[in-house]
Design a binder for this molecule. Structure first.
Ligand SMILES: Cc1ncc(COP(=O)(O)O)c(C=O)c1O
Length: 453
């Protein structure tokens, strides 16, 4: 057996983020003001974000330097390992080589601290003392709570109700880092109260939790908002993953033919894929780039590419993305981080351009993939990450059927140590592959804002 782990020295940790906006073959449609339908400017975002992050959001620079204090924190867990999944390959009997980049080594257990740390740092630099945010899986909330603790920023987190109930220990982790965690929809905001008035036992959604967090930030001058995915700067922060993977695959003497990531809002997927896609856009080799989403919340495979609100309460700008409609409430499946009605505008745009292949799987087949992974590689993946594991296994089995020794790289974006009740339900045969409600989808799509082409 050849080498298993490919480890980079700390000195080789990336010094800049990669901004794919510099290499896009067609420009990204701009976010619009919902009232005027005109492109928004930095001033429109200033109540929510510090100017450094707003400038990153619209930057056209290919390389954006990572501040040294942020790199210092990253050294706690970065560079993360790249692992050759020898035992999974053997279990599948595939001639393919499978590599995974393991982001579960971060303190919060996923890729989310890669953006939580710079977001908290830029806010602290701007003198902001309080941040609000949403969390679906609890991973993003934990990550921002951790980052807030490091830079002296108070963090208030609206956790999607169903995830709040499914994962009490995620809340305990956020509280351990000093954050406050509230089940969403809540009585604390107009957006939350409006939803509860219609349905008192509403399971919540990321779209609703975003509305609550944005409302608190927009109505409190001392409070900013932080988003764990979707926005350009968040995706850019995650590109440390793919930049490291490029160097590690060079060490391994390999070059991926297929890159796989799971997509909720698109950030971990962009993190692993964009540095490789950037090489291709600058004239390099073409690779297949596969995005895996849940069949119960299939924004990329079933959504419409249209301007829509980023939240359910309609407090955000309009962004052009693949969307299921901002009022769509996905069924309560266990990959809470993937229960978002939209997709990052950059991932949507690149999908429209034919540069990304979207796929969707049900949760039971994803858990089966995660269990096979755990039994061969040892790591128990987060339910979200199981979608990437499933996607990689499908590719490896295709290679087996075709007798091709391709190289597959996937992002194992987090561990599932706080998700064991979901695994218990899976083992007990209690996980249901819920289809989404077609009528609700049709209604949510009918409610899309009308924006002249
Ligand atoms: C482990 C994990 N993976 C994936 C996601 C989905 O987010 P994104 O698509 O932005 O990576 C989440 C979101 O909470 C998550 O916690």
């Amino acid at each position: 057996m050849s080498t298993t782990k490919f480890l980079l020295d700390e000195s080789r940790m990336p010094r800049h983020w990669y901004n794919i906006a510099a290499d896009l073959p067609a420009p990204l449609p701009p976010p619009l003001h919902p009232g005027t339908l005109q492109p928004i400017g930095p001033a429109d975002l200033a109540p929510l974000f510090p100017m450094e992050l707003i400038l990153q959001e619209v930057s056209a620079e290919r390389e954006v330097p990572i501040p040294e204090p942020v790199r210092e924190v990253f050294r706690l867990w970065r560079p993360s390992p790249l692992v050759r999944a020898h035992r999974l390959e053997k279990a599948l009997g595939t001639p393919a080589k499978i590599y995974y980049k393991y982001e579960g080594v971060s303190p919060a257990g996923s890729h989310k601290p890669n953006t939580a740390v710079p977001q908290a740092w830029y806010n602290a630099q701007a003198g902001v003392k309080k941040l609000t945010t949403e969390t679906g899986a609890g991973q993003w909330g934990s990550a921002l709570a951790f980052a807030g603790a490091l830079f002296g920023v108070d963090v208030k987190i609206f956790q999607v109700r169903i995830s709040y109930d499914q994962k009490p220990y995620r809340r305990a982790l956020m509280e351990t880092y000093g954050a406050t965690c509230i089940a969403s929809p809540s009585e604390q905001t107009n957006a939350g109260r409006a939803v509860l008035a219609q349905r008192a036992d509403h399971p919540g959604s990321l779209g609703i939790a975003i509305s609550e967090a944005v409302e608190v930030a927009a109505t409190n001058p001392d409070t900013n908002y932080a988003l764990g995915s979707v926005l350009n700067h968040v995706l850019m922060h995650q590109t440390v993953i793919g930049q490291e993977a490029l160097l590690q695959l060079e060490m391994a003497g390999d070059d991926p033919d297929v890159i796989v990531g799971c997509t909720g809002g698109g950030s971990n997927f962009a993190g692993i894929a964009f540095p490789f896609l950037g090489l291709q856009l600058r004239g390099g080799r073409k690779r297949r780039i596969v995005a895996v989403e849940p069949a119960a919340c299939p924004s990329l495979t079933r959504g419409r590419y249209a301007y829509d609100f980023g939240d359910t309460g309609h407090l955000t700008p309009l962004v052009k993305m693949h969307t299921l409609g901002s009022t769509f409430t996905p069924p309560g499946f266990h990959a809470g981080g993937l229960r978002y009605h939209g997709m990052a505008p950059l991932v949507s745009h690149l999908t429209q351009l034919g540069l990304i292949e979207p796929t969707a799987y049900q949760q039971n087949e994803c858990f089966a993939a995660g269990v096979l992974f755990a039994r061969s590689e040892g790591i128990v993946p987060a339910p979200e990450a199981n979608h990437a594991v499933k996607g990689a296994i499908v590719e490896a089995l295709r290679c087996k059927a075709e007798g091709r020794g391709e190289t597959i790289l996937f992002n194992l974006c987090g561990h599932g140590h706080f998700d064991m009740s979901a695994y218990s339900n899976y083992h007990a045969g209690k996980l249901v592959d819920q289809p989404y409600d077609e009528r609700e989808l049709a209604m949510a799509l009918a409610g899309l804002p009308s924006v002249p082409a």
